[in-house]
Design a protein around this ligand. Structure first.
Ligand code: NDP
Ligand code: X2W
Length: 393
């Protein structure tokens, strides 16, 4: 038996790592066969670690990013990896940058034995994920990176994703994985729907401001930009170098599928329907995401109040940094990391403010936040394996 259940229950019982706590505490319980968190040997060899991870869609960008992050994780070792077209290949032939790690061969989902793993990251395209997750053992902890379980309202899913929901019963137990805002629910969850990259960059600044009634619910305008890795590794004409380089492309204008996800998260806070104007753009860069958000402030509120609210909401958080007054967040400064940097600026037009939020779409926007969530679900400090600093220049 792996030590997953032991570790998880011990940490949960002891309440080892509470919100905002940054220090790794020692797990004193003798049932856990490790002396202490301080003395773990960090090994790139997955089979030497004690919690066995299944990675569905390992041959895609978010799957590869999870493998990269887990190289520095003391507990999670990838022991099962699936692919579709690339099933049968070795991971180092698909992703040569990961060759230093000893990893299992990529296999098809239908050949995977899920009784051999303790937890699963699901990095599959939306529309393929509901049926696959429905078939997994119920003992598994699962973080799904796709959009398949993010919308609570089944009819809304069917409307925006243009297909029937194939796991309606399962949807009821899903917890939305916006870590900093829903940590307590995530801790108890079995199945977490990891948020989309755009919704992460938008909700992190807006939720605390709406909660504190500092901004109006109407006329929220989101101008968002993503690196091309946000579209995945699959070959698409629109993502060719010659189509992307030296230009900017707006897409999903008036109807991007992240609109209902953003509105769901914001409306949960206000208890009334919030609607947003949202336009995403594809940028000639590989990683990175910026959301520039235009809001109207409540009567009598100043941008300093918004700034102060964001600071107090996130002062204990490792991964959300509210910058000093006047400092502009840049995607360059979060590249390769799990950080979200944000700031708020007074608009020239009285009563309005401009919020800028940046993340790396593949890390805080996907695989990093997924790892943060699984750490919490298994009772580990949520920063485990995630504290490496942004890559710059
Ligand atoms: N990229 C990003 O920045 C973000 C992505 N996401 C979401 O995460 C998920 C994964 O994204 P990403 O890694 O970028 O996607 P990729 O296209 O890079 O990878 C998709 C993976 O799924 C496998 N796959 C494709 N179709 C099937 C199928 N029918 N059955 C089983 N496996 C299949 C592919 O295998 P093979 O390559 O062998 O064909 C590949 O391993 C998506 O739902 C995406 O929307 C969420 C937030 C951000
Ligand atoms: C650049 C690009 O194409 N980005 C993707 C979003 C990536 C993401 O977060 O998507 P999921 O909701 O599928 O998880 C898109 O706009 O569809």
């Amino acid at each position: 038996m792996s030590s997953l259940s032991t570790l998880s229950s011990v940490c949960l019982e002891q309440g080892c790592w509470s919100k905002g706590e940054r220090q790794i505490r020692v797990v004193a319980d003798k049932r856990v066969k490790r002396p202490s968190s301080m003395s773990f040997r960090v090994s790139a060899n997955s089979s030497e670690k004690d919690i066995r991870i299944g990675l569905l869609g390992a041959s895609g960008y978010t799957g590869a990013e999870i493998v990269r992050l887990l190289a520095n994780h003391p507990h999670f070792g990838v022991t099962l990896m699936t692919a579709d077209r690339k099933a049968g290949q070795s991971m180092d032939s698909v992703f040569p940058h990961l060759r230093a790690q000893k990893l299992p061969r990529l296999i098809s989902v239908k050949d995977a034995d899920f009784s051999t793993v303790d937890a699963v990251f699901c990095c599959l395209p939306h529309g393929t994920t509901q049926e696959i997750i429905k078939g997994l053992p119920t003992a598994l902890k699962i973080v799904d990176l796709s959009a398949d379980f993010r919308l609570r309202d089944i009819s809304e899913y069917e409307e925006w994703y243009g297909q029937p929901h194939k796991a309606v019963e399962l949807q009821k137990e899903v917890v939305y994985g916006l870590t900093e805002l829903l940590r307590d629910d995530i801790r108890k969850a079995r199945l977490v729907a990891n948020p989309g990259c755009y919704p992460t960059s938008v909700q992190l600044p807006l939720v605390p401001l709406l909660k504190a009634n500092l901004i109006k619910h109407e006329n929220i305008i989101i101008d968002a930009k993503s690196g091309v890795s946000g579209a995945g590794r699959g070959a698409k004409e629109a993502n060719l170098y010659s189509e992307i380089a030296e230009g900017i492309s707006s897409y999903g204008v008036t109807r991007h599928r992240h609109v209902p996800e953003i509105e769901q998260g914001l409306s949960d806070v206000t208890q009334s329907k919030v609607t947003v104007s949202f336009t995403p753009h594809l940028m000639p860069m590989i990683r990175g995401m910026q959301s520039t958000i235009y809001v109207e402030m409540a009567p009598g509120v100043r941008t300093e109040d918004l700034h102060q609210q964001l600071i107090s909401s996130y002062e204990d958080e490792e991964f959300v940094k509210v910058l000093e007054e006047g400092v502009v967040p840049r995607t360059h400064n979060v590249r390769g990391s799990n950080y979200c940097f944000m700031n708020v600026f007074p608009d020239r037009i009285p009563g309005r403010a401009i919020i800028i939020s940046v993340i790396d779409n593949l890390v805080k926007g996907a695989s990093g936040q997924a790892l943060q969530n699984l750490n919490i679900m298994l009772g580990l400090p949520e920063t485990t394996g995630l504290l490496h600093q942004p890559l710059f220049p």
